[in-house]
Write a protein that binds this ligand. Structure first.
Ligand SMILES: Cc1cc2nc3c(=O)[nH]c(=O)nc-3n(C[C@H](O)[C@H](O)[C@H](O)COP(=O)(O)OP(=O)(O)OC[C@H]3O[C@@H](n4cnc5c(N)ncnc54)[C@H](O)[C@@H]3O)c2cc1C
Length: 375
């Protein structure tokens, strides 16, 4: 293969958005994915929520990209008829202690740029969601749900149309700095190895992003790039109970930064409850047998109509976290590694939630970094 301008590793939702935004007529962009199609990992194993930007520290990349991404995803969905729900969200307070946190959350969200946030009382909750039990709630009308498969398909088609080349079944195994960029070593599904030169490499490898940074010569522990795995598991709600609420219903977040087990309506009329998060040592997607009880006990205070028999075990996904258990939530790392003596390498590390929502904004940010390197 000849020289390419930009290699993007990983066709999850972020790599696809980056390929779309980076592709240009005078630039050869190659998106490489080890699986047979896009979105086989975290990007198809999540809650599909278009977040509003409430939870993140003011000034963080997470908050900024989330608010921008929220606006842009609705625009894309409307322009290109992608399945989505503008269903809004209620963060519900069941206890007095919960209620005391709502105003803080509202102010944090507003400082991030989340719009139309309002603390409401029992009567208004009853009008919006008659089946829900809560004494107060933070109403967030700009939260919603997107069909992530359709959004990724749109990014894939748009990237191809803009001139990006997309290769599936190709695993990047080696990254070596050269005088003018990078030597990229890959293996295809038949086991054959190739190498080629790329001016810029963008690491969007999700759960493997720390390992790829290490392959490029970075000490991932010293840099804080090692990915820790936190598995989020879901139940599916049935017996007609999936029709009893329409909004996203969330508890007040915990102090550890978890958003808690919530309703996840989907664009097909279904409903999941989750995720229940547990730290794990390896990438595997099994779902605990006692998940139904855990989910039931977590949501029964605000979904009083629920019975354990309404829940079926469903899927799981893994949050790519750079913090370890018990450590405070970290911001995204989106870094051109020029100061580490590795010009032309852009690492995206720790792209956990709200990565679906943030994807268009992350894509544009990467494209601007690539412009800075190549222009
Ligand atoms: C339980 C859960 C719930 C979530 N809920 C939400 C939500 O409601 N809203 C929201 O906005 N976000 C949510 N998120 C976060 C969101 O899903 C992620 O931030 C997002 O999907 C990350 O996308 P990505 O493209 O960075 O990574 P991935 O989807 O993991 O994609 C990385 C890709 O890189 C490929 N790859 C890895 N190594 C190589 C290699 N060596 N060579 C070639 N390819 C490689 C992988 O195969 C993979 O396809 C949730 C996440 C989880 C786990």
């Amino acid at each position: 293969m000849d020289q390419v301008d930009v290699t993007i590793i990983g066709a999850g939702i972020v790599g696809l958005a980056a390929a779309w935004q980076t592709a240009a007529p005078d630039r050869r962009v190659l998106l490489l994915e080890r699986h047979e199609s896009f979105g086989r990992e975290t990007s198809s194993r999540n809650s599909e929520v278009i977040h509003a930007g409430i939870y993140y520290p003011t000034g963080s990349l997470k908050g900024r990209f989330c608010v921008e991404g929220n606006r842009r995803i609705y625009q894309l969905c409307e322009q290109h008829r992608l399945p989505h729900l503008r269903c809004g969200k209620l963060i519900v307070a069941v206890t007095e202690a919960d209620e005391e946190q709502l105003e803080d959350l509202r102010q944090k969200g507003e400082a991030n740029g989340a719009e139309q946030l309002q603390v409401i009382g029992r009567e208004q909750i009853r009008r919006l969601e008659p089946a829900v039990n809560a004494r107060a709630a933070l109403l967030c009308p700009t939260s919603g749900v997107v069909d992530t498969h359709s959004l990724m398909k749109f990014y894939e088609a748009s990237a191809s149309q803009a001139g990006a080349e997309i290769a599936y079944g190709i695993e990047v195994q080696r990254l070596e700095p050269t005088a003018n960029g990078w030597l990229v070593g890959v293996r295809d599904t038949s086991g054959d190895n190739y190498e080629y030169a790329s001016r810029v490499v963008v690491n969007c490898a999700g759960l493997e992003s720390g390992e790829l940074a290490a392959a490029a010569g970075i000490d991932q522990d010293a840099a804080g790039y090692r990915i820790n795995y936190c598995k989020g598991m879901y139940c599916r709600l049935g017996n007609g109970k999936e029709k009893l609420t329409r909004s996203l219903i969330y508890p007040v977040p915990t102090h550890s930064g978890s958003v808690g087990i919530h309703t996840c309506p989907d664009t097909g009329g279904g409903m999941r409850l989750g995720p229940h998060d547990v730290w794990v040592d390896s990438i595997e997607y099994s779902v605990e047998a006692n998940l139904r009880e855990t989910v039931y006990h977590a949501v029964a205070p605000f979904l009083p109509f629920l019975e354990p028999a309404d829940l079926q075990l469903d899927t799981a996904g893994i949050h790519p976290k750079i913090q370890k258990p018990g450590e405070p939530l970290q911001d995204y790392i989106v870094q051109h590694e020029v100061e580490r003596g590795l010009p032309g390498l852009i690492n995206l590390i720790g792209i956990e939630s709200p990565g679906v929502t943030a994807s268009p904004a992350l894509g544009s940010y990467v494209a601007a970094m690539v412009d800075d390197i190549t222009l």
